[in-house]
Ligand binder design. Structure first.
Ligand code: DCP
Ligand code: MG
Ligand code: MN
Length: 357
């Protein structure tokens, strides 16, 4: 995770960011949402800060960094360590929890249940736990699915999918969103938006995605379904597909990867498709480009202005009852045009690579 977004060795605060990221992971895992947020904000602020931050006082002067994290920054710079982080990381319970959470489909509750049963290794889970279908895939392909995807490979996977899509229906457009669109040098998965000019619902896209999935399975590209369109339709959504894929070893795309890196081997990757009608493309692009913190801040801003932003559009005159519970959907202001949504919200346009807070 650390370094995913640009906190590389070239960043003057890279070591500080690395250790604060450890604290972020810890707080995320113990479900401390408030501290998780504080660390996310502080890390984001440091990533954007052009100079090395060495004292608590200096740190506190940066928007998004408070007293507590400021002190930790100073400790890191002075000692190259963070005692609190070492303390939590040394806890065997923490290490087991961390391990279990790396299995796809396993959340904090499930991990804690297994720990309560005394499981401490992946072997224990394999031998004794009742796994659902997704978790089975997660465990069987644990190493693959915990390896980040280099940007060149995301591009190769993207081309493979787009070639198949073009053969089926050239009028349908696929866009790679997520961390790739933000310019990350590596991604956790590959995220596709699937859309078509002139559409106002996902209905015309559903048969296409069915056909695409079938074709990509037949080509040996798709390897597992984690959340199918059919299951989604049952729940009344029907707009996304989640699964796993791999570049077939004998494909030109794999050949291209080997030319780029002689030691390259096919690895199972996570892949997501999101169906989006043209009318909602702008809002969906904002949502699916992220990052999640940026999305949250835009939504908050919309709320403050009496509007509402979700992955389908920007709405106004949203009627809210007690505790700000939404009573009506409101009137759609803009859904199609990404730039217009920024404009109406009154925020300066941010290129995708600038969308991490
Ligand atoms: N998203 C969000 N809130 C979430 C999950 C996702 O707003 N809880 C949005 C923002 C993400 C996008 O969906 O950028 C894609 O989700 P991913 O989980 O694939 O995240 P990224 O692509 O940003 O990062 P990664 O490289 O880990 O896949
Ligand atoms: Mg992603
Ligand atoms: Mn994704």
């Amino acid at each position: 995770r650390a370094g995913a977004q640009g906190a590389d060795a070239g960043n003057p605060n890279s070591r500080t960011i690395e250790l604060l990221q450890g604290m972020l992971d810890h707080n995320e895992q113990v479900n401390d949402q408030w501290r998780t947020m504080s660390y996310k904000k502080a890390i984001a602020a440091l990533k954007r800060h052009p100079e090395r931050v060495t004292t608590a006082e200096q740190a506190r002067g940066i928007r998004g960094i408070g007293q507590n994290i400021g002190d930790k920054i100073e400790e890191i710079v002075r000692t190259d360590r963070l005692r609190k982080l070492e303390y939590v990381q040394n806890d065997p319970q923490f290490q087991v929890l961390q391990l279990f959470l790396k299995i796809y489909g396993v959340g904090i509750k499930q991990a804690q249940q297994w720990m309560a049963k005394g499981y401490t290794t992946l072997e224990d889970v394999r031998a004794r736990a009742q796994l659902n279908a997704g978790q089975k895939v997660g465990l069987e392909h644990f190493d693959d699915l915990n390896t980040r995807i280099p940007r060149v490979e995301v591009a190769a996977l993207g081309q493979f999918v787009m070639a198949a899509a073009a053969e089926l229906d050239a009028s349908i457009e696929l866009i790679i969103g997520g961390s790739y669109r933000r310019g990350s040098r590596s991604s956790g998965d590959i995220d596709f938006i699937v859309t078509k000019k002139g559409t106002s619902s996902t209905d015309p896209l559903v048969p296409f995605l069915h056909a695409l999935v079938e074709k990509l399975y037949a080509e040996g590209f798709l390897t597992a379904t984690l959340s199918s369109l059919a299951a989604e339709v049952k729940q009344g959504h029907g707009s996304k597909w989640h699964g796993c894929c791999v570049l077939p070893a004998d494909s030109p795309a794999a050949q291209h990867m080997r030319e780029h890196d002689a030691g390259w081997k096919p690895v199972w990757r996570r892949i997501d498709f999101l169906l989006v009608p043209d009318a909602e493309l702008g809002a969906a692009m904002i949502y699916f480009t992220g990052d999640d913190i940026f999305n949250r801040s835009l939504r908050l801003l919309a709320d403050k202005k009496g509007m509402r932003l979700n992955q389908r559009g920007l709405y106004r005159d949203v009627l809210r009852g007690p505790k700000r519970v939404k009573m009506t959907e409101g009137e759609l202001v803009e859904g199609h045009d990404e730039k217009r949504i920024f404009e109406i919200l009154g925020v300066k346009w941010r290129e995708p690579h600038e969308r991490w807070c």
